[in-house]
Structures are given as structure tokens and as C-alpha cells.
Design a protein around this ligand. Structure first.
Ligand code: ADP
Length: 220
């Protein structure tokens, strides 16, 4: 039988705590580590093991057998020194996969230098996503086709109105395709290249999410 993946989460604040809970919900083996006794107690019944430990102490990490974990997440909040030192020790001990929460761009730079495998900025990234969602007034609706592909309805704006499809050249520029145009009650399926986009047209566009996002950013 395939061995269950083993994770260790260092730092049980909002971010690390949330990762720990979710991994446990997913049925993974998780060791929860924090210097704060109350935080550790909170996770005693959630994680597979919860231990009070200072991750900047190499001997402590060694004695926990940290090297044998498949993936270690460093979610130490404001203490950059502790976060960097912990990552360095994990790296030196030969941990294969290390994800670290970065507090700012300088922190990220250092983490990259010392070899963190993934660096995440949860607050910044979530802020960007939410801002994009609330700012986008071009997308009316979308249908998820897979994890990575969607069909979206885009309302024609000044950047589109009066142009032909060939003129917009979005297949070459963005790798996405206009599959239909809704014009009032009419639906033009597979519009021709010389079709001119009119005011109030709704374009039905298919493509990879990353490409659709790029296009929406261009339109907004
Ligand atoms: P968040 O912003 O995700 O809520 P916090 O700053 O509240 O993050 O939480 C960070 C956690 O990391 C705290 O629970 C803190 O006790 C823990 N922590 C800080 N330094 C260490 C360390 N050297 N070893 C283990 N845990 C630590």
C-alpha cells in the first residue's frame, strides 16, 4: 500500500492553523509545531501529533525526525529571523519539500536564496484575487470546464466595439477563442473573422483560465 504523505506545519497562527486543519481533514498525517503551548493544545485533537517546540533549534528539529517528512510548511508570522533560520535548518537537514509563508518581498528574496521550494504570500495573493473579482466589470458570467479552462461571457466595451474579430486577433495574442456572440435575441455561433463587434454584444469566449485572466485584465 502507498504510504500516507507526512506533513509538518511549523507555526500555528491563522495561516499555519488553517493548513493544518485542512490537511487533517484531507486525511493526511500532520505534525503541528509551535512554541506556544495554548496553540499546540488547540491542535492536539486535530493534528496527528502536536508538539511544543522552537523550530530555530536544530537539535529539536532533528529529534522530531523532521527529515523524514515529505513536506514541511513554515508558517511563522512576523518573526522573520525565526522563519529564515528555520528554513535554513530544514534545508541543511535535507528536507525535500519546504513551503514558506513570506511576509514581504525582502523576506521572499532571502527565502529564495536559501532554497525554499515554494514561497507563498497568502494575504497579498488573496488581495489580488479579490480585487480582480470585484473590479472586473467585463465578465458577466462564466462556466468552469475543468480546473484550468472556462467559458466566459464578456460584455463588449470600447476596446472591442467597432472592431472585427480578425482585427482583435485574440486567438494569436491570448490563445483564446470567440465561440459565439450574443446580440440581443440573436446568437451568432462561430462568428466569421470579419464580423464587427457592436455595442451591447456579449462575446462568449473559451480558453485557459490564465489566458482569460490576461484578456480580462487588458479589457478592464
Ligand atoms: P498568522 O499571521 O498566520 O496568524 P501568527 O504570527 O499569528 O501568524 O502565528 C505565527 C505562529 O508561529 C505563532 O503561533 C508563533 O507562536 C509561532 N512561532 C513563532 N516562532 C516560532 C518558532 N521559532 N518555532 C515554532 N513556532 C513559532
Amino acid at each position: 500500500m502507498k504510504k500516507k504523505k507526512e506533513f509538518a506545519v511549523i507555526g500555528l497562527g491563522r495561516f499555519g492553523g488553517s493548513i493544518c486543519r485542512e490537511l487533517s481533514n484531507l486525511g493526511m498525517e500532520v505534525m503541528a509545531i509551535d512554541t506556544d503551548e495554548d496553540r499546540v493544545n488547540e491542535f492536539a485533537n486535530i493534528a496527528s501529533h502536536a508538539v511544543i517546540a522552537d523550530s530555530t533549534d536544530e537539535m529539536v528539529l532533528k529529534s522530531l525526525g523532521i527529515r523524514n517528512f515529505d513536506h514541511v510548511i513554515v508558517a511563522i508570522g512576523d518573526n522573520l529571523q525565526a522563519s529564515i533560520l528555520t528554513t535554513l535548518i530544514l534545508k541543511e537537514l535535507g528536507v525535500k519539500n519546504i513551503t514558506v509563508k513570506a511576509q514581504n518581498d525582502h523576506h521572499e528574496k532571502v527565502l529564495r536564496k536559501i532554497g525554499a521550494d515554494q514561497i507563498v504570500h497568502p494575504e497579498r495573493d488573496m488581495g489580488v484575487r479579490i480585487a480582480n473579482n470585484i473590479a472586473s466589470n467585463s465578465v458577466l458570467d462564466y462556466l468552469e470546464l475543468s480546473d484550468e479552462h472556462s467559458i466566459v461571457e464578456i460584455i463588449a466595451n470600447d476596446k472591442l466595439i467597432g472592431h472585427t474579430i480578425i482585427d482583435l486577433d485574440i486567438r494569436a495574442k491570448y490563445g483564446i477563442n470567440i465561440v459565439a456572440i450574443k446580440r440581443g435575441k440573436e446568437i451568432i455561433v462561430s462568428p466569421r473573422a470579419n464580423e464587427i463587434i457592436k455595442e451591447e454584444d456579449i462575446l462568449i469566449v473559451i480558453g485557459a483560465d490564465v489566458d482569460l485572466d490576461r484578456y480580462e485584465n487588458y479589457l478592464s
